[in-house]
Design a binder for this molecule. Structure first.
Ligand SMILES: [Zn+2]
Length: 254
């Protein structure tokens, strides 16, 4: 199984994430995609990747909630890293108007610029979109980068999926939210998304699936999300694992 979006290198993991990666491997989660967050998360991400070069892959980008006044120079640095190679994607990037609406323009500019970098390097883009679907689609539509896109941590409705597909045809990263009792809309959307467009992820340390809800999430728990997706789609967990592994390998060129 592959956790296509996880941050075990963040400070919530005391040891830089090495034990969590070992527990994931023991649980059958044999590959992890590590998206970057900001300038300060690059070193810990690289450190964890250097310990598990076969079991982890890195993506590079500036998260929308971390877009500050200095975003251009931060993205310049990230572009230099991307140019050296060794990254499977640009991310995580996108739009987040849940926490702070004041930097909407800067977020749109930073997202557009990073989409163009992905287009130049022919890399897939891991997109974070929270309370900003129209703005996110506006930027995607204006750049139209022609590379695979991933709407990570997707918790939207059937209507949201249809709206997105008028602009692009992305993969959808499904995480522990799908196991939450009240998350009816994403469960209804899964058959519309379809098995060939689903990636499994944790977004650890956030959004732990049931039965770990409320605890620190970790990559091993993606197994619970796989079981729930299988139940909703009426497939075996083995089948969903095989399909989503194939989807991830194809999307990220693993
Ligand atoms: Zn994330």
């Amino acid at each position: 199984m592959i956790d296509t979006h996880t941050h075990p290198y963040l400070e919530q993991f005391e040891d830089g994430g090495a034990e969590a990666v070992r527990r994931a491997i023991d649980a059958g989660v044999t590959h992890l995609v590590l998206p970057n967050v900001d300038g300060s998360s690059i070193a810990p991400m690289k450190r964890l990747h250097s310990i598990f070069p076969e079991h982890t892959s890195m993506a590079m980008g500036l998260h929308p909630t971390e877009v500050g006044e200095d975003w251009e120079s931060v993205v310049d640095d990230m572009e230099r890293f991307l140019d050296t190679g060794g990254y499977v994607g640009v991310g995580e990037v996108g739009m987040d108007l849940y926490w702070d609406k004041s930097r909407k323009e800067e977020q749109m500019q930073a997202f557009g610029r990073q989409l163009r970098i992905a287009e130049r390097l022919k890399l897939p883009v891991i997109i974070h979109c929270r309370e900003a679907l129209d703005e996110t689609l506006e930027v995607i539509g204006s750049v139209n980068p022609g590379v695979p896109l991933i709407f990570h941590s997707f918790t939207g409705s059937v209507e949201d999926v249809e709206k997105i597909r008028k602009i692009c045809n992305p993969m959808f990263g499904i995480n522990g939210v799908v196991t939450f009792k009240n998350a009816h809309s994403i469960r209804e959307a899964l058959p519309i998304i379809g098995q060939d467009n689903i990636l499994l992820e944790t977004d650890a340390p956030y959004l732990a699936p049931v039965p770990y809800r409320g605890k620190r999430n970790e990559p091993a728990y993606v197994v619970s999300t796989c079981k729930k997706v299988a139940e909703v789609l009426g497939l075996s967990a083995e089948k969903v694992e095989a399909i989503t592994d194939r989807n991830a390998i194809h999307t990220f060129n693993l």
